[in-house]
Design a protein. Sequence first.
Lengths: 396, 98
Amino acid sequence: MTVIDDPVRTDPVPTDPARPGFPAAAHVPAPTPIAVVPTDPMRADGPAPLPAPRGPVSAALLTAVQRDPSRSLDLRHLGWDGEPADAATDDDLQLALWLSYELHYRGLAGVDERWEWHPELLWARARWEDQLVAGLRLAVPTDDVAEPGTDSAAHLVADPVAQVVDGLTALAEADGEPSLSKFLMRRASREQFAEFLVHRSLYHLKEADPHSWAIPRLSGAVKGAMITIQADEYGGGVPAAMHAQLFRALLADWRLDSTYGHHLERVPGVTLLASNLISFFGLHRRWRGALVGHLAAFEMSSSVPNARYARGHRRLGGGEQAARFFDEHVVADAVHEQIALHDLAAGLARSEPALAGDVLFGARCAAYADTLFAEHLLGRWGAGLSSLRDEPGVTA
Amino acid sequence: MSALEEHLESFGEDVTVTVCPDGPLLLRGPAQLRSADGHTVDHDRTVVALCRCGRSRLKPLCDGSHRLSKFRDPATAEQLDHVLTNATPYRPEGSEGS
């Protein structure tokens, strides 16, 4: 049970290549051979590499951020003109959002850091976010909650706390078909499991960071609940125990590159949506209720799938040390699930009843993104295809 | 002891057990976990979830299985108070009982 002194975590790279059934580097979809795997937990992440554009919006954005941000620049032409129903999965829109959000995390390689608060870029991003929200509202039921964020919300609901608890519980108990976790547990090939890890690397290498935007926006008991959860996510301050670092060790075990942002080029828009959703909620105080709801949904749907991932990982010959990532999530999230529901989400509904609708909206958006992701992977695999994007010939 | 020390002392020393509706027991605070033969098991988790539904594969820890087995126990304050006081099954008004 000891976490901090576990020597496993300070030396997470497996060194025994003789393990039967372990995938050789040529059999997994790593874009480049792994010469150096930066798994040292004390090492700081570098900025994310710039990808190739995926359409007019990301192309214009990638061109713009090469310029001097102190010069006046009109970015109003950077509007995305797709249909709201396609916003959640559009490669071009999701990549543009991901890049503009990444300026707030580790940054983008070779891009002037002042672009983070460039007013024209923020103006353009706000329009993309409008499209994203419009798409989410089409897909996610909101008929049982008042218009999110409005003052009238509190008056339309008799008991916002019960509404949040019942709504989140119903969401967690809904049978989440299609079950990606069952497929990974029982049937996935080594190549498919490795693809799953590549997708997830875009989030897990900065695991917990997007939800941490909630911390300065909460107070009192609700903040305390948030900190209890996030402290675990960050390994209690021990770098080797941070969940992002456990994931890095898992990638190394599968001979996948664990450099921050390395797999961006290979993942489709639906994968970026999972991260973008949290960044969007997190970077707007107005959406703090949805951010809390998203985290609650995350934590309430984590223990059981992670136990299945762990069994799939072991079935396919994955290392015991690397399995720690999944095992730890089973135990930690069984605790987080209760804290996130009763102290965090219900707590927020108690202190700010008007946010109850937002909490449920955020939770349902999390479930929606999860379903789209599972459908994509199982759909592609069912058709005998890779779930990853082809490697582009030329990068920006 | 200074006022600040007293203030800080008042936090984090209580051990509490929260009975979660349809879920585990949440153990918070500096409680020792022991086996029945008296061995204390060290750990550094600030909160521990103990299985209440009997379905966990990680007993005595919770692994979220209560959700799959549809474990139901509302664990309201009224229920806790009733069973502690009366040692009889709790049947809220309007329920059929069992």
